[in-house]
Design a protein around this ligand. Structure first.
Ligand code: SF4
Ligand code: SF4
Length: 196
């Protein structure tokens, strides 16, 4: 994949949400931002090493495509749609063949163009120092990103129930057989969300 492909995929995921699901998506993205805020607060001492020590060496000489996923773009675009043009311009500079400095560094130098509490999952949850004291906060951010993925999958399944013709055409028998399976899956998703 490439950043461009993942970015387009994220735009599609967002634009295809039905109004009710859009609200749910926004709510989960706000939960991720809150979890990132909590992690930033908890990791203040460790981050000092990043600011005053190596000054962000982990944003340089990297394959950014290995770091950023479509879910990061879904999260960022849902909360910061005003950044879409800027993100597109950065992505146009992606080097698909060789390691290079991250395309999201301001003017190629830094800092990162994304707000501190709206960073890609891996960028914010990866540290060089001892992660033990902030393990709980890291887990919280990761679990919210998984929740986002489940939510989008469940929204697609719900659409499958509401608009069977799109998926099953005239084959009503196949639709009925699948419907129960889909509903069971949705119930499981709901149970999992309540556990988070
Ligand atoms: S995580 Fe490590 S490499 Fe990255 S900025 Fe912080 S100290 Fe530097
Ligand atoms: S997105 Fe931001 S934090 Fe992540 S690697 Fe790029 S510049 Fe660094």
């Amino acid at each position: 994949m490439s950043l461009r492909y993942k970015y387009k995929l994220a735009q599609k995921i967002i634009s295809r949400q039905r109004p009710l699901d859009s609200k749910g998506l926004e709510r989960i993205c706000m939960e991720i931002r809150k979890a990132e805020d909590d992690l930033l607060t908890a990791s203040r001492d460790i981050i000092k090493k990043c600011i005053y020590g190596c000054e962000g060496i982990c944003c340089r000489n990297i394959h950014i495509d290995d770091i950023i996923t479509q879910w990061d773009f879904v999260f960022i675009l849902t909360l910061h749609n005003e950044m879409s043009d800027r993100i597109s311009k950065c992505i146009a500079n992606e080097n698909l063949l060789f390691a290079s400095d991250c395309v999201f560094l301001e003017n190629g130098q830094g800092p990162c163009i994304f707000p501190d509490n709206s960073r890609p999952q891996v960028c914010l949850t990866t540290f060089c120092g001892d992660e033990e004291p902030i393990r709980k906060e890291i887990f919280h951010v990761n679990s919210k990103f998984y929740k986002l993925q489940w939510f989008v999958l469940a929204a697609r399944l719900r659409a499958c129930i509401c608009f069977p013709g799109v998926f099953f055409g005239a084959n009503k028998g196949k639709y009925k057989a699948s419907r129960k399976l889909v509903q069971d899956l949705l119930e499981r998703f709901d149970q999992l969300w309540k556990m988070k």
